[in-house]
Design a protein around this ligand. Structure first.
Ligand SMILES: O=C1C[C@@](O)(C(=O)O)C[C@@H](O)[C@@H]1O
Length: 269
C-alpha cells in the first residue's frame, strides 16, 4: 500500500465504523481493498453507556477495541472519539487521557483541536475569545498532546467540526488549517456545514488556497447534501482524504459511497 495522504492526484479513501454496530466485526474483516484507512468511532462504543467516565476499565476497553480493529482490518486504523457533534459526554481530562492510551495502539489518532474547551459554558467561551493568554495556553496543551502521540508512534489528524451554517470566510478556514499545522498535525482537518451555494464556494476557494499555503495534507469537508462536491474533490482542492461508506451507515451527513469515488479515481496498476 502506498503512503497515506501522499498522492497529490487523488484523496486517500477512509471509511468510518462504529464498534457498537451490529455486524461490526464482519464489516471490519471484509473491508473493500480500496479502503486505505479505517476510522474506529470509539464514541459509538460508549453510546449505550450514556457517557465516557474515564475509569481504568474504560481505557483498557478502548485499547482492546483498537487492537482488535488493527488485527481484523489488515490496514492502518484511525482512533476517533468525536465530541463535536457526538452523542457521548466526556470531560477534557478523560478525553486527553483516552487519546494518550489510544496513541500506543493506533496508526492515526484524531485530536479535536478545541478539546480544552470541551464542556465550556457560553460564558466561558466569551471569556476565552477575549483572552489571548487562555488561547495560547490551550494551544500549548494541544501541541503537547500531539508531541506525546508522535513519541508513541502515532500520526495525528487535528480536527474541528462546525455544525452551524458555515464557513464564514476563506481566511477563517485557511487560518484554522494553518493553526492545525502549526500545532504539529500530520493532517489538518476541518468540517463545515455549507447551507448556501455561497458558503460552498467559500469552502472550495479555501480548499484551493490551502493546497498552496498549508504545507501538510489537509482534509476539508462540506457536510450535508450541499457539501458533496467537497467529498469528491482531491488534494488540489485541499482534500487529501475523503470519508466514504462501504456497506455500513454514514458517520456524517452527505458521505458518499465508495463506488462514486472509484468512478472518479479508478485504481491504477
Ligand atoms: O471527522 C470526520 C469526518 C466526518 O465528520 C465526515 O463528515 O465525513 C465523519 C467522521 O466520522 C469523521 O471523524
Amino acid at each position: 500500500m502506498s503512503e497515506l495522504f501522499a498522492d497529490w492526484r487523488r484523496p486517500t479513501f477512509i471509511t468510518s465504523l462504529n464498534p457498537g454496530l451490529l455486524g461490526y466485526d464482519r464489516l471490519l474483516a471484509d473491508l473493500h481493498p480500496r479502503i486505505e484507512l479505517v476510522e474506529i468511532r470509539l464514541d459509538g462504543a460508549w453510546a449505550a453507556n450514556g457517557a465516557f467516565m474515564g475509569k481504568k476499565e474504560d481505557f483498557a476497553r478502548a485499547e482492546a477495541i483498537m487492537k482488535h480493529a488493527r488485527s481484523l482490518a489488515h490496514r492502518p486504523v484511525l482512533a476517533t472519539f468525536r465530541t463535536e457533534g457526538g452523542q457521548v459526554p466526556i470531560s477534557q481530562d478523560a478525553y486527553e487521557n483516552l487519546l494518550k492510551h489510544l496513541g500506543t495502539v493506533s496508526d492515526f489518532v484524531d485530536v479535536e483541536s478545541n478539546y480544552p474547551l470541551i464542556g465550556a459554558t457560553a460564558e466561558t467561551l466569551v471569556q476565552v475569545a477575549a483572552n489571548p493568554q487562555i488561547q495560547e495556553d490551550n494551544a500549548k496543551r494541544v501541541s503537547k498532546l500531539v508531541a506525546e502521540l508522535h513519541r508513541g508512534g502515532a500520526k495525528v489528524i487535528l480536527s474541528r467540526h462546525f455544525w452551524e451554517p458555515s464557513p464564514e470566510s476563506v481566511e477563517a478556514v485557511v487560518d484554522l488549517l494553518k493553526l492545525h499545522a502549526a500545532l504539529g498535525a500530520d493532517v489538518a482537518k476541518a468540517a463545515y456545514t455549507p447551507t448556501t451555494p455561497a458558503e460552498l464556494a467559500t469552502l472550495q476557494q479555501a480548499g484551493r488556497l490551502a493546497y498552496e499555503l498549508v504545507h501538510i495534507p489537509t482534509i476539508l469537508i462540506g457536510m450535508g447534501a450541499l457539501g458533496k462536491p467537497t467529498r469528491l474533490a482531491g488534494p488540489q482542492a485541499g482534500n487529501w482524504g475523503t470519508f466514504v461508506t462501504v456497506g455500513g451507515p454514514a458517520s456524517a451527513p452527505g458521505q458518499l459511497p465508495l463506488a462514486e469515488l472509484e468512478l472518479r479515481y479508478p485504481s491504477v496498476g
